[in-house]
Design a protein around this ligand. Structure first.
Ligand code: GLN
Length: 540
């Protein structure tokens, strides 16, 4: 039977960084726990076609989907929370919307007309909302998160489009949820509701009356305060939901359920559902909050001061830690720090090292030091994308004696380009969307550690890179003991490397962190944490 999709629009007010993505994903989890099928869409008001060309300093991590879209990192939260595969249709930007409209105009689709924000841009935004709700069949609920903060000039067309959309589908079929901040002012010893009042006023000026307010706060939002907010914002006190700061983002769905949000959603949307089942979620959160063991992993990258650049890796370690009953402490090292650590004092304090993905030269030598240290000291080593490339260069230089081994990315004239351009990548000048992107199959050699860990001969993992292991060097590297345990059958590219005479030394050309979810932590992260715990035991 074809379902009639209901829509929930999530906007944000007062300040950015309130965790709108987590809020939207948590709403998804509350609905899913009642047996509903849910999907999400993120609308981003910036003009880039996608975040793929932005620096991590601007945007944090670029989240890659199976179909090769470079998307907003909130899609990572969506997948991790509700365990549904996101695709290109689940993220749209101003850049994409205008691109489509301008292409239509050049084709002559609007011949005779003046192309305008209303109705042409807003119609295209509405098309994208419909497309997300229809992708992969039909859903009970589509949650649409609007990036930015109400009051931004650039989000206006999106707000106008959702206003129109809500009107078209009618009351009971669409809900508007506004996430705001109720700050605690120390001098007055009071929570202040004025910023929320103003933000809702801005929203109502645009024609949107929020149905539910979610209020971020560090103190309890009393009934009195909720009544006050309700009075000024034209909602009932029960429609003002407290969202207290939480120790873990994974607690948020539980807090929201406790504060009555789940019930509000289904009542307002007229959805008949079973009672929510959040037992497994609760037991995951318990494991995250009270582990009995501890392990310390050094992460050696380029953007360490900006944790958002490695969001999915951090979350993957939370998932893997919970299964191993361990708190995984991540220590962030600028790769340059290791270039000035000849005694390896920093490195020796770790129970494992991870080299994440990255681009460009800065800190490469430091990463090589960390890799060599882990290899020579039997310390668990996990290389992801650039991390695999780093492991291959280090092995070529220090084990195979090829001093001039390098990656073509860092040294165009390398004597031994053990990491080289993928076929067809050399000479590419357009930067947007031109890397090897998205899911590819990987065949795993049966007698390998990778096979033991995955328990499968073939897996599918997501990619985002231009360079690869140069197959011309495979023979010589293998002869010295580097094992190429995973290969992409479509183009014969190396996907996994490992060392057999080391307790845990694995590099992968793909990004396993993009597949780890609360419901299914990634096996490589789970086993890496297990190996690090083992290594720690051996040290003491
Ligand atoms: N810079 C490397 C490449 O393009 C690695 C990319 C990555 O780590 N995501 O191949």
């Amino acid at each position: 039977m074809k379902r009639k999709t209901k829509y929930i629009f999530v906007t944000g007010g007062v300040v950015s960084s309130l965790g709108k993505g987590i809020a939207a994903a948590s709403i998804g989890q509350l609905l899913k726990s009642r047996g509903l099928s849910v999907t999400l869409l993120k609308l981003d008001p910036y003009i880039n076609v996608d975040p793929g060309t932005m620096s991590p300093y601007q945007h944090g991590e670029v989240y890659v989907t199976d179909d090769g879209a470079e998307t907003d990192l909130d899609l990572g939260h969506y997948e991790r929370f509700i365990d549904v595969d996101m695709k290109q249709v689940n993220n749209a930007t101003t850049g994409q919307v205008y691109y489509t409209v301008i292409e239509k105009e050049r084709r002559g689709d609007y011949l005779g007309g003046t192309v305008q924000v209303i109705p042409h841009i807003t119609d295209e935004i509405k098309n994208r909302i419909l497309a997300a709700s229809k992708n992969n069949g039909s859903y009970d609920v589509l949650i649409v998160e609007i990036g930015g903060t109400v009051g931004d000039i650039e989000s206006l067309p999106f707000l106008e489009a959702i206003r129109q959309f809500g009107l078209a589908v009618g009351r009971g079929n669409a809900l508007f949820i506004h996430l705001t901040l109720v700050p605690f002012i120390r001098a007055a010893n009071e929570l202040k509701t004025k910023p929320t009042q103003h933000s809702v006023k801005d929203l109502r000026e645009i024609g949107i009356q929020p149905d539910i307010l979610m209020c971020r706060t560090e103190k309890r939002l009393t009934r009195n305060l909720r009544e006050k907010i309700g009075l000024f914002c034209n909602v009932n006190a029960d429609e003002v939901i407290e969202v207290r700061d939480a120790e873990s983002i994974y607690e948020v769905p539980l807090l929201l359920e406790k504060n009555g949000l789940g019930q509000q959603l289904v009542t307002k949307l007229g959805l008949n559902t079973k009672e929510p089942d959040l037992c497994e979620w609760q037991s995951f959160v318990d494991r995250v909050k009270k582990p009995s063991k501890k392990v310390k992993i050094g992460i050696c990258g380029k953007y360490v001061e900006l944790r958002d650049a490695y969001k999915s890796i951090i979350e993957s370690f939370i998932h893997a830690g919970a299964i191993n009953d361990a708190r995984v402490e991540l220590e962030w090292l600028a790769a340059e720090d290791l270039e000035n650590d000849p005694e390896n004092i920093i490195l020796s304090s770790f129970d494992g090292v991870l080299i994440p993905g990255g681009f460009g030269e800065r800190g490469f030598e430091g990463k090589l030091n960390a890799t060599q240290y882990a290899r020579e000291n039997n310390m668990p080593f996990f290389g992801i994308c650039l991390g695999l490339q780093c492991a291959v260069v280090e092995f070529a230089r220090n084990v195979c004696g090829m001093e001039g081994a390098d990656s073509r990315e860092l040294n165009l004239d390398a004597e031994h380009p053990v990491i080289d351009f993928q076929p067809g990548q050399e000479g590419i000048e357009r930067m947007g969307g031109t890397m090897r992107l998205g899911a590819y199959p990987c065949d795993i050699k049966p007698k390998s550690r990778a096979f033991q860990i995955y328990g499968k001969k073939s897996v599918s993992e997501r990619h985002r890179h231009r360079f690869e292991v140069n197959n011309k060097y495979i023979k010589i590297l293998s002869r010295k003991g580097l094992k190429f345990s995973g290969i992409c059958p479509q183009n014969n590219l190396v996907e996994i490397i490992e060392l057999s005479d080391h307790p845990w030394f694995i590099g992968v050309q793909y990004h396993p962190e993009l597949r780890s979810r609360v419901a299914s932590p990634h096996p490589l992260f789970v086993d890496f944490v297990r190996a690090a715990l083992e290594f720690k035991k051996g040290k003491s």
